[in-house]
Ligand binder design. Structure first.
Ligand code: ADP
Length: 539
């Protein structure tokens, strides 16, 4: 029997409309590429978004056409998010930190018709523009005064000029909620990047989940600063979630160093922020060195790679609560969040460290299975590990324009490629990515565990553990570290630091000291490169 309820689709445009109607005065504050801090409100953002939607429609785009962005976190990027998706196009965020060839591949594969770029990317664009086969118009996200000198000759469009000539009213289409609204490519550490097409429905449902008390706990009293870039899985849904609850939004632009983040965070009274561990290491180092505090900051979301327990402790010492979360481009991204349950009570320091290393428990909407090679569920005892499979309304059923299309994948389980264990209370710990786990003597060694221990040594700033081929054991762990300035910890001291913390055969065989570790464009350790550089032959 059909229900008697209204069939109102879940649409991205409805999120900003709500924010404009009922939180119209709430601020959106951005650090701009041009330099100054820019202040606007949800009401003004809505008006400008309607102008932009008119501009896009006026270019003859069709429903479903892709609109690309090469941009940092800022108010114009926010307007493009809502205008492109709301008008029925697909907002395709491209990571500007990728290699130019990867950017070309992704834009051509997505067949972006219009491309929005920050003024600082005009040079980059010039080096790749002759290779872009589908882009019909490039809009520079600035005003006429900050356009490149010869812009009128080069065919570039000016964002503010485009908006100025448009009306402030736009007829938002009533779309099917399963239509595509956003597109994001995986970083392609294992082959060409793959496109995940988010729907209006998946974006809105995921954003509601992000607001929940045991996720980022957002409300109209929050001030949210997504440090995670808007090109990295839609800044984990925060630009939608904040607008949905009417939280003040603070967008840090291109400046992600400790001093700049701290300045903006304290000046704007940020209460919630989120990003990858690498960024937080930089911020923590800066705040501690300067003897500063985090102001009104209550919670920091950490995900994308494992949050080392020592990072939990450093934030906690500053009175900031850490929300460790797991996700993937294919899962919109949030799937697991590490929050305590009622009755957990106080833990000893040792138990607290062990708990904080876990990625967390499934949030509603996400189903999880942990299976062995034969596909059988492994015991949920916190020890037995297996491959993690997920399913849910914001999990990709396939990739855009790929062999494995959406239709043939349906709603079967998605293989995450992560090796995990789950305990009896539903908390999951990522042992490793299946391709990074170290196979030694027929057993698995978790590189994440070994990295976390190295990072708990006061002399270590960054650590990576990779498997080095070994005739007898198949692979043996190798520790590669960056020391803190003015520290001279040696190999013996670091290896002794593992004693009593892991089984003897887990202790790395040797240590390589380096100046820096290669990272992906989203700040994750580039294990493939580290293996190439240091893995093959013993020193
Ligand atoms: P890519 O797959 O291109 O690196 P994603 O951002 O989609 O980009 O990465 C998803 C992967 O990142 C997960 O499969 C997992 O291996 C890792 N990851 C994400 N969050 C965490 C976390 N909190 N702890 C450990 N690993 C994580």
């Amino acid at each position: 029997m059909r229900s008697t309820m209204m069939d109102v689709p879940l649409l991205v445009s409805s999120v900003l409309r709500h924010a404009a109607q009922y939180h119209g005065e709430t601020e959106v504050v951005s650090r701009t590429v041009e330099g100054p801090i820019h202040r606007t409100t949800y009401a003004e953002t809505w008006r400008r978004t309607q102008r932009l939607a008119n501009a896009l429609a006026g270019r003859g785009l069709h429903i479903g056409d892709r609109v690309g962005t090469l941009a940092w976190n800022g108010y114009r990027h926010l307007e493009i998010y809502y205008a492109a998706a709301g008008a029925g196009y697909v907002c395709h965020t491209v990571n500007p930190r990728l290699f130019p060839e990867q950017i070309v591949f992704i834009i051509n594969h997505a067949a972006d018709k219009v491309l929005f770029i920050e003024p600082s990317f005009v040079d980059l664009l010039q080096t790749i523009s002759d290779k872009l086969t589908t882009v019909e118009a490039v809009v520079v996200m600035t005003d006429a005064a900050h356009m490149p000198v010869s812009w009128t000759l080069s065919g570039l469009l000016c964002y503010e000029a485009l908006l100025a000539e448009q009306p402030e009213q736009f007829e938002w289409p009533v779309l099917d909620e399963n239509e595509a609204a956003g597109l994001c490519y995986t970083s392609g550490t294992t082959g060409d990047p793959k496109g995940v097409l988010y729907s209006h429905r998946s974006m809105v449902l995921h954003a509601i989940a992000v607001c929940l008390p045991d996720v980022f706990a957002l409300s109209a009293c929050s001030t949210v600063m997504p440090v995670v870039p808007m090109f990295h899985v839609n800044a984990w849904g925060l630009p939608y979630a904040a607008a949905m609850v009417g939280a003040k939004l603070v967008l840090p632009g291109p400046k992600l160093d400790g001093a700049s983040l701290h300045e903006l965070m304290t000046a704007e009274d940020v209460t919630v922020t989120a990003g990858v561990p690498t960024i937080w290491m930089g911020l923590l180092d800066w705040v501690e060195a300067q003897g500063q505090t985090f102001g009104r900051l209550q919670r920091v979301g950490v995900g994308g790679s494992a949050c080392p327990p020592v990072m939990f402790q450093r934030f906690r010492d500053q009175g900031v609560d850490v929300v460790h979360a797991w996700g993937m481009t294919e899962t919109s991204p949030v799937g697991l969040v590490n929050r305590p349950k009622a009755g957990d009570g106080a833990r000893s320091a040792v138990d607290e460290a062990a708990f904080s290393a876990k990625q967390g428990r499934p949030i509603f909407g996400m189903e999880f299975r942990v299976v062995d090679a034969a596909g059988n569920e492994v015991p949920h005892d916190g020890v037995a590990s297996g491959l993690m499979l997920v399913r849910g309304p914001w999990v990709a059923a396939g990739y855009y324009n790929a062999e494995r299309g959406v239709d043939d994948a349906g709603s079967s389980w998605f293989e995450t490629g992560d090796v995990v264990n789950m305990d009896s209370r539903g908390y999951v710990q990522i042992v490793d990515r299946s391709k990074d786990v170290i196979k030694s003597g027929g057993e698995w060694i978790s590189s994440i565990d070994l990295e976390n221990i190295a990072l708990s040594h006061p002399s270590i700033q960054e650590a990576a553990v990779v498997g080095r081929p070994d005739e007898r054991w198949t692979e043996r762990p190798l520790l590669v570290v960056v020391r803190r300035p003015n520290s001279n910890a040696n190999e013996d001291e670091l290896l002794a630091h593992y004693e009593g913390k892991v089984a003897r055969w887990w202790v790395p065989d040797s240590v390589v000291f380096v100046e820096e570790l290669p990272r992906t464009a989203t700040g994750k350790l580039l294990k493939t490169r580290i293996r190439e550089l240091y893995g093959p032959e013993p020193r």
